[in-house]
Structure formats: structure tokens, C-alpha cells
Design a protein around this ligand. Structure first.
Ligand code: FO1
Length: 328
């Protein structure tokens, strides 16, 4: 059973953790794991150079969450983290004082930077770092070429996504998002095959604009999704007209999409009308949208989609997969 997940950071990582729990239960390998093969294609649009090291927020959030080392309350960064180095760097007035690189997290960035400088690709570096954390999935960056999401603000400024997200808290409206480097980027090795050869493709409740949207913008990805024999099922990141966490509403507004579960599904589009979705799981709060989603050609259902803990998330993953009759 081959499952491919397109993921951003916190929401996608938490969903994938629940999906793996479900698969270990449904398709056990007899040694506590699963016979299912899960590939996660991660957004790298949030990546940046900071203090001379390469920071990959979504790859690291996935690696730490699935490797059991994530700071659970934050959803990103390491458990038992300290920020002595970051604090001392601030004393030099360097870097982004509003963006804390933890001391343990810095080891990841130093390791990644060293391996990149030794000539490894981002995919090879990611596989090498994952040998330590054993995430239980094949973790692929969407591209080995750098792609950075920059945000054009309504006041004329253009800032890196992380500055808009963390320093401005998306408080200044975005006019549009620009993926710098996208035209020179290609899908990382294995990404297209992971989509065309999957038994099912899942879009977790990640940010549909700057996380999943960025992955879809990588040349070759959308075509692979449109052409795959695998059903594509998504979980709405919006519950009752508001994003579950983060500020996906600010992103959706910027691209003229209403912040509702149905609007996000329409934004992705059903495959029967040239889009990428076959199924869409919404929260009970948005159960009223199920009929219109069905009319739009989607297998749709409503359930409690709040990922409060791993067993709950496993149940949500089961509900999503059952929409397209997989692993059910
Ligand atoms: N998010 C914050 O709100 N504040 C931070 O200081 C911060 C630091 C940080 C460092 C490394 C890293 O991998 C992620 C970090 N994040 C921080 C989270 C990050 O903004 C988000 O995880 C993603 O970019 C959004 O998916």
C-alpha cells in the first residue's frame, strides 16, 4: 500500500503522525511498524539562509514530529530546547531577533549546511538527517532547487514568508505570494513517481496556499496529480469559517478565496472538472457543505476533524481514506 502525502509543517506533520498510527494498526508488519509505504513531499518555500545556515522549517517540523522530538506545544522546534546561541547572536544585532533558532535546532541546520557544502542535494541531506530520526516515512523536499515564498504586502514591501508569518503575524495584508526560484526548480527525485505510482494521495490540513499551494506550483507536480491513477483525498484546514491554527485565512483572502471548507475544496478543484481532488473531508461544523461538494463531483463527508491527539488523528485519517475506499 503506497500512500503519498503533500505536507507543510505543523498540520501536515500531526496528520501524518496519526496516519502512521492508523497504518500500524490496519496494516501491521509484525514488528510494530506497517507494511504500508508512506512518502511525504514537503514544502520548502519557507526555507531561508539565516546566520549562514540553511533552515527548512517544514522538513524539520515533519522530521521532528515523526521522529518523536518535536516541541509538542509549539508544533515546531525541539523538545527541551534552549536559545542561548540565538540570544547571544541578538547581542550582536545580527539575524532576525523575532525568529528564534534553538540551540539543538541549530545542530540540524549546521549539519544540513555542512552536507550541502559537501555537495549533497537537499534530498540526500534530508535522507541523511532522517537516518537519525527515523520518521517512518520517506521524506522528500518538493524540489532540490531553492524556492522561497516571498510576500508582496499591500504597503508595497516584499518580505520573506517567515517575516510576514512570524514578525508581522500576517497582520499586514498580502497582495500576492511569489515563489522565488520556482521557474528554475524541478520536482525532487522521486516526487513525480510518488504521485503517479501511489495507491492514494492525501492532502492533510496544511496551508492550502503557501504550503500545499507551493508544492503544487513546482513544475511537474500538478500534472502528476492530474494524471495519477491514485485517488486524491484532502482534509479541510478550515473549520467553521476559520483556520484551525496559523493564519491560512490571511493567505486565502490574499488569493481571493473565501475561508470556508467548501471554498478551499473548490480552489483545489475536483478532478472531474480539471482539478486535483476526488474526496474532501470536512468538519461536522461544515457538514452543510457536503451536498454541494458532492454536486461538484467530490466524495465528501463530515466528521470531527480537530486533531487533538494521535488516536483522534488516526480516526480522521481513516475517515479520509474511507472516502476513497483505501485502507478501509
Ligand atoms: N515560528 C514562530 O512563530 N516563531 C519562531 O521564532 C520560529 C522559529 C522557527 C525556527 C525553526 C523552524 O524550523 C521553525 C520556526 N518557527 C517559528 C515555525 C515556522 O514559522 C513555521 O513552522 C512554518 O514556517 C509554518 O509552517
Amino acid at each position: 500500500m503506497r500512500i503519498t502525502v503533500l505536507s507543510g509543517g505543523v498540520g501536515g506533520a500531526r496528520f501524518t503522525r496519526g496516519l502512521l498510527a492508523l497504518l500500524r494498526d490496519r496494516l501491521p508488519d509484525g514488528a510494530g511498524g506497517t507494511t504500508a509505504q508512506v512518502t511525504v513531499v514537503a514544502n520548502t518555500g519557507d526555507d531561508m539562509w539565516l546566520h549562514g545556515v540553511r533552515v527548512c522549517p517544514d522538513l524539520d517540523t515533519l522530521m521532528y514530529t515523526l521522529g518523536g522530538a518535536v516541541h509538542e506545544g509549539q508544533g515546531w522546534g525541539r523538545q527541551d530546547e534552549t536559545s542561548r546561541v540565538s540570544g547571544d547572536l541578538a547581542a550582536y544585532g545580527l539575524g532576525w531577533e523575532w525568529f528564534t533558532l534553538g540551540d539543538l535546532d541549530l545542530a540540524t541546520h549546521l549539519a544540513r549546511t555542512q552536507l550541502l557544502q559537501e555537495g549533497l542535494t537537499l534530498s540526500q541531506v534530508t535522507a541523511r538527517l532522517a537516518e537519525r530520526w527515523r520518521p517512518g516515512v520517506r521524506l522528500l523536499p518538493m524540489s532540490d532547487q531553492p524556492v522561497e515564498t516571498h510576500v508582496e504586502l499591500v504597503d508595497g514591501r516584499t518580505v520573506h514568508f517567515e517575516e510576514w508569518w512570524v514578525r508581522l503575524r500576517a497582520g499586514v495584508p498580502a497582495r500576492r505570494f511569489v515563489q522565488v526560484g520556482l521557474e528554475a526548480a524541478t520536482a525532487a527525485p522521486g516526487v513525480v513517481e510518488a504521485l503517479t505510482e501511489a495507491d492514494v494521495v492525501v492532502l492533510p490540513p496544511s496551508n492550502p496556499v503557501v504550503s500545499i499551494g507551493t508544492i503544487l506550483a513546482v513544475p511537474g507536480v500538478r500534472a502528476a496529480l492530474a494524471g495519477t491513477a491514485a485517488p486524491v483525498v484532502g482534509v479541510s484546514p478550515v473549520i467553521g469559517g476559520a483556520p484551525v491554527r496559523g493564519m491560512a485565512d490571511a493567505c486565502l483572502t490574499a488569493i481571493g478565496v473565501e475561508t470556508t471548507a467548501a471554498a478551499v475544496a473548490r480552489h483545489y478543484g475536483s478532478r472531474s472538472t480539471g482539478g486535483i481532488l476526488d474526496g474532501w473531508l470536512v468538519d461536522d461544523a461544515d457538514g452543510g457543505s457536503v451536498p454541494e461538494l458532492a454536486l461538484a463531483g467530490l466524495a465528501a463527508a463530515a466528521t470531527d476533524t480537530l486533531m487533538t491527539d494521535v488516536p483522534t488523528t488516526a480516526r480522521i485519517a481513516a475517515a479520509a481514506l474511507s472516502l476513497v475506499d483505501r485502507a478501509s
